[in-house]
Design a protein around this ligand. Structure first.
Ligand SMILES: [Zn+2]
Length: 851
């Protein structure tokens, strides 16, 4: 451990940068090709003495590509902030000259694990969490080593392996942290943990541009960074994938195997029983050699398919997680000796080289794993009582397509449904719905996407315990007990058929069922149209056929607009193109059923002017989910209002304020009163999870939290060591639940089924309102769909309120118990949130007369 201090001192005294690596990283000196610059020679500082900017790192990789025929660098895309995504390929010059041939032979052979005679494909990924920076610095050291080393071993690696490298998974987040650490670096460096260098400000570098955790996104594929990466992954289907992280400064170093009980039960045991323990011996020996402390078999899970260290496990490879204690800055005090940046880098570097060393020796084992994976997948499919899934929402093409897009990203086989079928009372129309058979190579991923309940051994989860995406999309679907005929296979997302809009001199109408309805409303309002909504259904004759329009259908009366009928027509045509929605032209306001177009139930919608409270204490991912939703899916501007600016903010500019989960202790009474007065004045406050608790505790609404049952009899007594396990199990890692939604309420507009899947990963419990019209969504009496929940917690969830709306003065507070925008993927409940945003200003809760 003394090496940490030694290097910190060494770092300070590095005066001259030479083209030789310091012995700290390369104790054996190494036989290096001096034509290849070391990272230090290229960057002008020794690795570990400074945080390397992303652009400099990319330049270094390009320089290696320019100088060496062992390296090729591909740019596979760029981030929101226009940083390049690098995919570097290291292999011998000979292999490079026939790379495409190797790739194809690998893809063909890997299904049977018969790639013995061709190079082994390994992938190494670094720095998914931007403020865990050691690994990208280690990526440069590894890249240098693979390019410059003339040792027999490294030549053998390059001859017998194709090493793919993604040196920075999250470039935007990394640079956010890099600037922070560098701009606060002192000389001499300051190790005091409270120093500004070690305490990043909100939102920190962990997340990507939209404050999302990219280490959950592999399964969801919400972001371009991830999508580009997954496409590259499937081009190569490596056998091994590494994922390098950092943890608290007082920890040591973690490598797999993880917690036994939290292995994913649908992934073949060979991975957990053979591969991880075998590799662990190599990692342990490497760490022992340099005196590094480490741990295994604790704390980290491999359940969820969306981590960088687990995604590959669902395709027959081995994902490896490395967690290094963080110096978070250049040098930081710990309970023992200070930890230096260089020390953290060295562990990651050694883990990288050890992965390569072990993989080549264990090639037979990796091939066996792949073979075993496809065998197990076939066996699971044949034993399963379910032979396929049919799905699709004919009323919501946007959401159905988003789901299809995700399936295609994961290379799941999906077909058009050829015949209209009715399963479990649900009808699935031919051509408009889709079919996924279980009999396919990627069945294990199919299970992850469709199955609502996979049985796990443990309950103290690191993260979610259920993630069935078909529920996240709230998509009508059914399990098939017999396989059905396959229609046309989809290889790309089919082009959307758009029904062009015809000019009307009376009114245009649109159904509210499609996911894009809010995008349409926003663009219409932004274009100057007055947008109305039918608060009751109606049916009318269009081109000789009767058509039903449900609750919340959008109405655009031509002659009540401030813009001309020609301008309105141009606007609706444009909205028709960008949303794909069908927009119907009416020539009469007389309905054959339900309300007419001039009814008092056709109400004008207020254009939302929205501020989202952000800043210290606020959950960055929850806020980011809303920012991303409005930016990317609606192209709608939203003000990110820092809570420290509340004092000087003119709230009258907004009619809607959103408060997600957070600790709002920085909002003092003056500012809290300011928001309260603004609500009373006719505006809408939307709160989520602990934001909801804050609003209730601070008297924004008369609605109540569910009281805690305090009728405990005798206090119980348990062993100290059991606490982590027992108390952990009472938490709410994340499970799927069912609520009953009032689809006649504006928050339920556009939903065709009262039963809606929601995701719960928090412990906010709301009491149903005493006003019978205020509880918009309520958990059912048997609410669990999938995932783990402790019996005590389940009792509290049952029949509790999921969404409440309370009149407060002239305004209203809309309270969400759960996060409807979870990880950008909950297309189902997203719609509830967007309804709150777009219809919120038009809601008042009916008052109740005494009976
Ligand atoms: Zn991490």
């Amino acid at each position: 451990m003394l090496q940490r201090i030694f290097l910190a001192l060494l770092a300070i005294f590095f005066g001259v940068i030479t083209n030789a690596q310091p012995a700290y990283f390369y104790p054996d000196g190494g036989n290096m090709n001096h034509a290849i610059p070391t990272p230090a020679a290229f960057l002008g500082y020794e690795i570990g003495t400074h945080h390397t900017r992303h652009d400099k790192l990319v330049e270094y990789f390009k320089e290696l590509d320019r100088l060496s025929d062992r390296v090729s660098v591909k740019i596979i895309g760029e981030t929101y902030e226009h940083r390049q995504q690098v995919a570097a390929i290291f292999t011998s010059a000979g292999n490079h000259s026939k790379l495409e041939e190797i790739r194809k032979a690998h893809l063909t052979g890997q299904v049977n694990g018969s790639t013995q005679s061709i190079p082994l494909v390994i992938h190494m990924g670094y720095n998914v969490h931007g403020n865990e920076p050691s690994s990208s610095e280690a990526a440069m050291l590894t890249a240098y080593y693979l390019t410059a080393s003339e040792s027999d071993e490294s030549k053998k690696w390059l001859n017998e392996m194709v090493v793919l490298m993604d040196p920075v998974i999250n470039p935007d987040g990394r640079d956010r942290h890099t600037h922070w650490a560098n701009m606060h670096k002192a000389s001499p460096v300051v190790a005091d943990p409270i120093d500004r260098e070690h305490t990043e400000i909100w939102p920190g570098g962990r997340f990507n541009h939209y404050w999302f955790d990219l280490n959950r996104d592999w399964f969801l594929g919400t972001f371009p960074e991830t999508r580009n990466r997954i496409k590259f992954f499937h081009q190569w289907r490596p056998y091994v994938q590494t994922d390098h992280h950092e943890m608290g400064s007082n920890a040591s170093f973690y490598f797999d195997p993880g917690e036994d009980a939290s292995n994913n039960p649908i992934v073949p045991d060979y991975l957990y029983k053979t591969i991880y323990p075998t590799y662990a011996k190599y990692f342990a020996a490497a760490a022992d050699k340099i005196g590094s402390m480490y741990f295994t078999k604790e704390a980290y899970d491999k359940l969820y398919p969306g981590y960088g260290s687990s995604y590959i496990n669902f395709y027959g490879g081995a994902g490896f997680l490395f967690e290094q204690a963080s110096s978070r800055g250049h040098l930081q005090e710990t309970t023992t000796i200070p930890i230096s940046f260089a020390f953290t880098i060295r562990n990651q570097f050694i883990a990288s080289l050890t992965t390569l060393r072990a993989s080549l020796v264990e090639k037979d084992n990796l091939l066996k794993l792949r073979k075993e994976f496809y065998r197990a997948s076939k066996e699971q499919a044949s034993k399963s009582p379910v032979k396929g899934y049919v799905f699709g929402d004919v009323n919501d093409e946007t959401r159905t397509r988003a789901f299809l897009d995700m399936l295609l990203l994961h290379e799941i086989e999906v077909y058009e449904n050829e015949n209209t079928v009715t399963v479990d009372g649900k009808k699935f129309d031919s051509k408009k719905t889709y079919y996924v058979p279980c009999d396919q190579d990627n069945y294990i991923m199919v299970r992850s996407v469709f199955e609502k309940q996979i049985t796990y051994q443990d309950s103290s989860f690191y993260d979610a315990s259920a993630w069935s995406l078909v529920h996240a999309y709230n998509l009508p679907h059914a399990e098939l007990k017999t396989a059905m005929g396959k229609g046309k296979r989809l290889t790309v997302l089919p082009a959307r058929m758009i029904m062009p809009v015809e000019k009307s001199n009376y009114a245009y109408v649109m159904e509210a069922t499609d996911y894009n309805i809010h995008k349409a409303i926003h663009h219409l309002q932004e274009g100057g149209a007055i947008v109305q909504s039918a608060f009751r259904p109606f049916s009318t004759t269009i081109k000789g056929a009767l058509k039903n329009f449900g609750y919340g259908s959008v109405v655009l009366p031509v002659n009540l607009q401030r813009i001309s009928s020609d301008s309105l027509f141009r606007l609706v045509s444009e909205v028709n193109k960008i949303t794909g929605l069908s927009i119907y032209s009416l020539s009469s306001g007389f309905s054959s059923g339900g309300i007419d177009m001039g009814s008092a139930y056709v109400r004008t919608l207020k254009k939302p002017e929205v501020a989202l409270i952000v800043g210290t204490g606020v959950s960055a991912p929850e806020a980011g989910e809303i920012w991303h939703l409005l930016d990317e899916r609606l192209q709608m501007p939203i003000t990110k209002l820092d809570l420290l600016n509340l004092n000087r903010a003119d709230l009258s500019r907004y009619n809607t304020i959103i408060m997600v989960s957070g600790n709002y202790s920085l909002i003092d009474k003056n500012n809290s009163d300011k928001i309260k007065a603004w609500v009373q004045n006719g505006n809408t406050l939307i709160t989520i999870k602990s934001g909801t608790e804050w609003a209730i505790r601070n008297g924004f609404t008369r609605e109540k939290l569910l009281p805690v049952d305090s009728s405990k009899s005798v206090p119980s007594r348990k062993d100290y060591d059991m606490a982590v396990h027992i108390e952990g199990a009472k938490g709410m890692g994340g499970s799927l639940f069912r609520v009953d939604l009032d689809t006649t309420h504006p928050l339920g507009f556009g939903f065709t089924d009262r039963k809606v899947s929601v995701y719960r990963n928090g412990l906010t419990f709301l009491q149903p309102s005493i006003n019978p019209y205020s509880t918009i969504a309520q958990y059912t009496s048997d609410p669990l769909i999938g995932g783990y929940i402790h019996p005590t917690t389940l009792k509290r969830v049952r029949n509790s309120a999921s969404i409440l709306v309370g009149n407060e003065g002239g305004g209203r507070v809309i309270l969400f118990t759960d996060n409807p925008n979870f990880r950008g993927t909950w297309y189902g409940t997203n719609k509830l949130f967007l309804n709150a945003l777009f219809y919120g200003g038009s809601i008042s809760v009916p008052s109740v007369a005494a009976e």
